[in-house]
Design a protein around this ligand. Structure first.
Ligand code: N01
Length: 549
């Protein structure tokens, strides 16, 4: 068990609310329902400790791409003042320490059932209750079900023929062993060059005998420029947190920087290059904020693309490898833009090779390595799958949720997720999802959208309780209108142009292709949610139930 884990507290029986997941969302949701509303609430968590995504993602180089002073809870001034981050971007271990600190400070662990897998969640129409069953047969019952399972928590391990015949060891980055992996003297193959793969490459390259990277889609990356935080910066954050929070709450992506209010064509080419150089030197996700039209105008985006491709060619010494890395098929930031620490530089090492599996796909995994369609073989001792997640819907569908009249969520979402505000689905009364599909979620700095959702859900439940309302559920019309608005918001950006993106579900064979997150901006979304609540929960059906005698 994890060293920071708590024991299973054995919460069971009849509750007001069951929360699934003990990551950023579930912890705050528990605090709000239990300590603010005084409800009887418990969390069910499959991991042995708190952390959610960060409990599992312990792969080499795992670090958050949001800056530490924006990647934490902002609801408590006391917590902000007591906690101190050490680096510009927090590593996974520090994030886990932070979440343990918060959980202990708020005394949350006593109401969390760790090491507990949910096997089904069933809505009982007659009783207006949710029954949650766990793998040991325990049944918890509550009026409200809150799924706080994260957007990127179900590993996507591609079913490549022969995978189970591999005589070496293989790992998925999102299910990394807690004891770590010793790469010393090993020939490692890594499949995948998304945000995770790009973080892992330099670290595995330094620790292993040899690393072969299997790249299907080449990717842009901007240096993170991680560094220890200075005492002055730490003090600045503590002294100015209200202002920092105001910025995070009023920007489309929830970061602590603003998107510059200028077009890429408001400046001449030389000035534009200087601006890109300045943002490149500054490092991080802020590069995307250098001009306001990068996500909307293909020509503007092309200017960023050319700059970034130039950087790859400048950095990578072998021209053939540089061309493979620069052969990028989508506009910049239309897939989640990675940031890195010496990613392209790693290809200048003698022990790193790049294999383009777009032109020569993987045909099978053999006992000794990976074989390509051309017949080329790569002998390996370890395979690392940095192949991402069944994002946004995988973990929700994995809960085997059935709503009114036994309707499975899988069936309701057969053609893709259909929610109102990402918060609720028609036919699933009193079930709320934190950062669900149809909400800004993964297009926003996660703690910001998590806090907004948790607070909205808390206020909503408070409203229901205070007004003796038994049930809330969106109307089918409100769901239809929201789904169509989510599509329109995506279509207004360049993001749907990245055909292979997990935003569209395209990375999982057979998954419906629907743009899942809400691309209209977190600030816009926040206002909409507030307005809907202020208008008496417009678009939701609020019912007093006639309970059978
Ligand atoms: O996953 P991905 P990820 N054969 O899906 C390739 C967040 N995150 O874990 O693009 C060969 O982006 C796949 O290729 P393609 C962040 O939101 C956050 O890297 O499908 N290749 C791609 O290259 C991020 O976006 C932080 O053609 C295969 C890669 O595997 C999200 O997690 C840090 C393949 C998967 O990339 C997911 O990132 C890290 C196959 N069969 C990640 N299947 C933070 O800082 C897949 N690939 C918070």
């Amino acid at each position: 068990m994890d060293d920071m884990a708590a024991t299973n507290t054995g919460n069971s029986g009849e509750l007001d609310a069951i929360i699934i997941g003990a990551g950023f969302s579930g912890l705050y949701q528990l605090h709000c329902l239990r300590d603010r509303l005084g409800l009887k609430a418990a969390v069910v968590e499959r991991g042995g400790g708190v952390g959610g995504t960060w409990y599992w993602n312990r792969y080499p180089g795992a670090r958050c791409d949001s800056e530490s002073h924006s990647y934490w809870y902002s609801f408590s001034e006391e917590i902000v003042q007591e906690w101190e981050w050490t680096e510009r971007y927090p590593g996974h271990a520090e994030i886990c320490r932070y979440l343990n600190f918060v959980a202990d400070k708020l005394d949350l662990k006593r109401d969390i059932n760790f090491n507990t897998n949910v096997t089904s969640c069933e809505y009982d129409d007659a009783a207006n209750r949710w029954h949650v069953t766990t793998q040991d047969g325990t049944r918890l019952t509550a009026k409200y079900l809150i799924t706080a399972v994260g957007c990127l928590s179900t590993a996507n391990v591609p079913n490549i023929p022969g995978r189970d015949s591999f005589a070496g060891d293989w790992y998925h980055t999102g299910q990394w062993p807690h004891e770590g992996v010793d790469f010393t003297g090993k020939r490692v193959g890594q499949i995948g060059t998304g945000s995770t793969g790009i973080q892992a490459v330099p670290v595995i390259a330094a620790e292993s005998d040899h690393l072969t990277v299997f790249q299907r889609t080449a990717n842009y990356s901007v240096p993170a420029r991680n560094a220890p935080l200075t005492p002055e910066f730490k003090q600045y954050v503590k002294d100015n947190f209200a202002e920092i929070r105001e910025c995070m709450h009023s920007t489309p992506n929830g970061h602590s920087f603003r998107i510059r209010d200028r077009s890429a064509f408001d400046v001449n080419e030389a000035e534009r290059q200087d601006i890109y150089e300045e943002f490149w030197d500054r490092g991080g996700l802020e590069f995307r904020a250098s001009f306001q039209d990068l996500m909307f105008d293909k020509k503007a985006n092309d200017t960023a693309r050319e700059f970034l491709l130039g950087k790859i060619r400048e950095t990578v010494k072998d021209p053939e490898t540089a061309e493979k890395l620069a052969n990028i098929d989508h506009p910049y930031a239309t897939k989640r833009p990675p940031i890195d620490s010496q990613y392209f530089e790693a290809y200048n090492r003698d022990n790193v090779a790049l294999v383009d599996v777009r032109s020569d796909p993987i045909s099978e995994i053999t006992p000794t390595g990976i074989r390509l369609e051309s017949g080329a073989e790569h002998e390996l001792d370890i395979i690392v799958f940095a192949t991402g997640f069944d994002a946004m819907t995988g973990s929700l569908l994995g809960l085997n949720i059935t709503g009114r009249d036994g309707l499975p969520l899988k069936q309701a979402w057969e053609a893709g997720p259909r929610t109102y505000l990402g918060l609720q689905t028609a036919g699933f009364p009193n079930m709320f999802t934190v950062t669900g599909p149809g909400s800004p979620s993964v297009l926003c700095n996660m703690p910001v959208c998590i806090e907004q959702h948790v607070e909205w859900i808390t206020n909503c439940i408070d409203h229901l309780t205070s007004n003796n309302i038994d049930q809330i559920e969106p109307t089918p019309g409100a769901v239809d209108a929201w789904v169509s608005h989510v599509n329109d918001a995506a279509d207004a950006t360049l993001m749907p142009q990245a055909g292979h993106s997990w935003y569209l579900g395209a990375n999982v064979p057979g998954k419906p292709r629907v743009f899942m997150p809400y691309a209209g901006g977190m600030h816009v979304y926040r206002d909409k949610c507030n307005e809907i609540a202020a208008n008496g929960y417009q678009g939701f059906d609020l019912k007093q139930q006639t309970v059978e005698a």
